[in-house]
Design a protein around this ligand. Structure first.
Ligand code: SAM
Length: 201
């Protein structure tokens, strides 16, 4: 990924959501995007050109647009009609975003639209976030990457982050992922854990 003086940049057409630009590149703000926050916190985290991405919880396409600046294709799943309208506008200006209005917990709704992907990225505020990732595991190539942004307070209002995170890791491991790391997204995003893993088998 492209960095200048500690700032993460992406190489697409600007003006998607009023983001700043620098030297002709779009500034990818860690406070507006958990993907960017993770890249700032984990120097080993990368998004290689040519990556095929299944993105669950696309919202209005803010982060999706940056991911699409690097990736080969982004299958962007969102179930709420209002943000989907914005996502459609973003997708119209790019050739590699496939917007999908569907429930990420019911992957049968969109299985026929996908090809195998290299990266499963998930950012949905649901109580069963880990189970949703497991249901979408079949779309990942063997050894493909999982990046799950766990919104802990959607699962439990009061328990410690690591306790809730450990439970999610258990569900993911049981469901066929090998988990490599779990890290907090503070100070950029409160009460969020980034869980990184790979599909086993
Ligand atoms: N990833 C986005 C970004 O960085 O720009 C922000 C995502 S926002 C925190 C969570 C989104 O997930 C919301 O737009 C919500 O409608 C969507 N969502 C929640 N549950 C979902 C589900 N089961 N299927 C699809 N989308 C879902």
């Amino acid at each position: 990924m492209i960095w200048r003086d500690g700032t993460l940049l992406s190489p697409g057409e600007g003006g998607v959501y009023g983001e700043r630009t620098r030297g002709g590149y779009r500034v990818w703000d860690p406070r507006r995007s958990k993907f960017s926050a993770l890249a700032h916190l984990d120097p080993t985290f990368d998004l290689a050109p040519g990556t095929r991405v299944l993105y669950l919880g696309a919202a209005n396409g803010t982060t999706v647009s940056h991911v699409a600046d690097y990736a080969e294709v982004v299958y962007a799943v969102e179930f709420a009609p209002r943000p989907m309208q914005d996502l459609l506008a973003v997708a119209r200006r790019r050739t590699n975003i496939i917007p999908i209005l569907a429930d990420a917990g019911r992957p049968g709704q969109y299985a026929h639209l996908l090809e195998p992907v290299d990266l499963l990225f998930q950012d949905v505020a649901q109580p069963n976030q880990a189970a949703i990732a497991v249901r979408n595991r079949p779309f990942l190539v063997s050894g493909g990457r999982l990046v799950l942004m766990l919104k802990v307070r959607s699962i439990d209002q009061s328990r410690p982050l690591d306790e809730v995170g450990n439970e999610a890791v258990g569900v993911l491991e049981e469901g066929g992922f090998a988990i490599g790391s779990v890290r907090s997204l503070a100070p950029h995003h409160r009460d969020h854990l980034a869980i990184l893993g790979r599909r086993v088998g």
